[in-house]
Design a protein. Structure first.
Length: 116
């Protein structure tokens, strides 16, 4: 139901050189100097993670991480359609609170926010 797609069509070599080597070096170096610019140069500025372990899926209860994926994908569609926010489903294969926290800490650089 959802996909990840480029906002920049790769129509020729000149565009490829901007989004890949050598062009990608410019935003990388800028972010290294000023980390908050990652919100401007990457998907972080408009992307959140929708995270679930499948333990409390709306009215279904504990249905597990795989069965929760369709619900997460539906929520991603709603975030995009009604809020213009790109959301990515993250279904965790653990229900241990410490492991869930560790997973969030490990992936924080990718997302501008989290919805649990």
């Amino acid at each position: 139901m959802i996909t990840v797609a480029s906002k920049v069509p790769l129509k020729d070599r000149s565009v490829l050189s901007l989004v890949y080597t050598p062009g990608v070096a410019a935003p990388c170096l800028e972010i290294a100097k000023a980390p908050l610019t990652s919100f401007d140069y990457t998907l972080r500025g408009n992307t959140i993670a929708l995270v679930s372990d499948g333990s409390s899926a709306y009215s279904f209860g504990n249905i597990g991480p795989l069965a929760t994926l369709p619900m997460l994908e539906d929520a991603c569609i709603l975030f995009k359609t009604f809020g213009g926010v790109d959301a990515f489903p993250i279904s965790l294969g653990t229900q241990d609170v410490e492991e869930i926290i560790a997973a969030g800490i490990a992936i924080w650089p990718t997302f501008g926010g989290f919805c649990l």
